[in-house]
Design a binder for this molecule. Sequence first.
Ligand code: NAP
Length: 316
Amino acid sequence: MKSNIKATDNYDLIIIGAGPAGMTAAIYAQRANLKTVIIEKALPGGKMTRTSEVENYPGFDFIDGQTLASKMHEQIEKLNVEVIYDEVVSIDDDINHTSKTVNLLGNKKLTAKAVIVATGTVEKKIGVPGEDEYYGKGVSYCGVCDGFLFKDKTITVVGGGYAACEESLYLTRMTNNLNLIHRREGFRADDKTVARVKNHPNINMHVNYRVVEVLGDLDKVVGLKIENTETKEVSEIKTDALFPYIGSDPISEFVRHLGVCDEEGYILVDDTCQTKIPGLFAAGDVIKKNLRQIVTATNDGAIAAQYIINYIDNVN
Ligand code: NAP
């Protein structure tokens, strides 16, 4: 259910972010009859919409991220969860912690007894010359969105985690010439995934290399300058596209003034997903934790919402 904001809007629960954590929290809260709204600045689904292959979400031995995101979205639509498409700029807490004000772009405000921040993370940039200049002209952070633009061309992925490995495998559907550049021998993804990458006939491994410059010709990427991390020797490789998958930063700027984040910006929560501020919760990739997966995001969302159901009874 979409919504127009009214000045008087006062909720039990405001959920910021419609990824797997936020949508799960909404399912639990709505079924408990809390007056709930989700605020989402882009598309429901979060990073799932930019993930090609999901093979570790129980119930599906294989599902593409966009389909899983759509299924979750259909579920919250069936429950009539209200969704406001807008951007949060800050959250204020009242002195007794019984009411939170969520400030949106354009001076709009909503209030609630509890808030869950489930905003996830944003992909990191490598931070080399040419990366910004050629963004959208060969540099992309989303293989699912832009991979088809490079059909039968040379594609280069950077990184050694799950995202780099899985998106490399996905992008081999577009090309039989894919470079994977990783700065060291060890990978962060599991052995099975790494073996699939290393044994893939169309993936050329460049291990112990880092990208030092994106090379372009007028309006398109044509190559990369890469440095061997051991010998420091610099060489050039040809490529039409660069997909950096080198990790992410938490989207938490709008709560940093509340002192609930660590030095990297991840939100610190207890085992009920509550921050040190009563009534302010966080769930999913934006919190400090060891394992960031769709299944752990849904877990956080359920825990936060279930605790809030009891919390709101006590605030009343
Ligand atoms: P990640 O696990 O943090 O891996 C980032 C990779 O990029 C690392 O190999 C890192 O190298 C490399 N890197 C970092 N900064 C770099 C730089 N400036 N230049 C070159 N390389 C750099 O990130 P991710 O793969 O995006 O995953 C993020 C989170 O989502 C993780 O918790 C991951 O488990 C999860 N995830 C899970 C799945 C799944 O289970 N199916 C899928 C996607 C993501 P070093 O190793 O040398 O540090």
